[in-house]
Design a protein around this ligand. Sequence first.
Ligand code: C2E
Ligand code: MG
Ligand code: MG
Ligand code: MG
Length: 278
Amino acid sequence: HAKAAGRNTFAIFGNHMDELLRRRRKLEHDLRLALETRSQIEAFYQPVYSAEHKGLSSMEALARWKHPEEGLIAPDIFIPIAEEIGLIQEVGAIVLEDACGVMADLPSISMAINASALELCSDGYPLRVLSRLAKWNIDPKRLEIEITESLALGGEGHSDRNIAILRNAGVRIAIDDFGTGYSSFSRVQNLMIDRIKIDKSFIDAVQGESRPLIEAMINMARAKGLKTTAEGVETDEQSDALVALGCDSLQGFLISRPLARTAIIDLYNGSGKRIITA
Ligand code: C2E
Ligand code: MG
Ligand code: MG
Ligand code: MG
């Protein structure tokens, strides 16, 4: 019967929803606990290659959740949960604190961290960042904060003012995943930013359909005095094409995957050059 079938379908769908909700609530609960104890969240670091200096000059801190039962949980999963339960600030604080430690260990490198829209819009954000840097005695010029396009251009909350406070103190601002948001080149011109990070989706096709777009992005950035980083560079061919187009920095599995803290410090202290020429 149609009615019975409908009921069955509903029952199955209902069970599935229940299961998803249960799993979601468990992750929320576990994340609260992890953030309270500051035990399971840590940062990995992905090297950034500078075409100008022909070497590794900076890195990006990327949050990881080492769940005791489920293993490594990706930020694309747990960052939105942290935002929803109002704990993204805690994630950001853990990553920033760890990143400050790495900057203290490696005095010649600069560091990028990612800021959630909610963090950047919140009233106390610039002061929190600047006071951590001061506590570690780290020059704010060594820190770059990556924000997403939609946020940067939206002007929601205190984001414009917060960006101004941070930039006045010397912190640099980058637009992450550039090209995927609601941007137009003319709007980017008015932004107080220092760098665009061209999204991996463009880099994937740099030898084909994306090439003119990437060229236009790099030329626009140049004209506005902005630096460019290519995200998700995976092949030598992509790397060669991007350097030829004048891209300032390259990031991606070709150079290195994100590494644990001890591994990145070893890499920058010693064998970095081996990777670059490989
Ligand atoms: P994102 O900031 O755009 O970071 C780049 C992502 O691409 C990272 O994923 C990195 O591991 C990955 N990636 C780098 N090179 C390659 C490559 O050559 N190929 C491929 N396939 N992937 C590559 P991850 O670490 O999973 O982070 C995902 C996103 O989560 C980040 O994107 C960022 O938006 C967010 N995120 C990470 N850490 C934090 C954090 O501490 N705070 C906030 N608010 N967001 C974070
Ligand atoms: Mg980023
Ligand atoms: Mg990105
Ligand atoms: Mg991304």
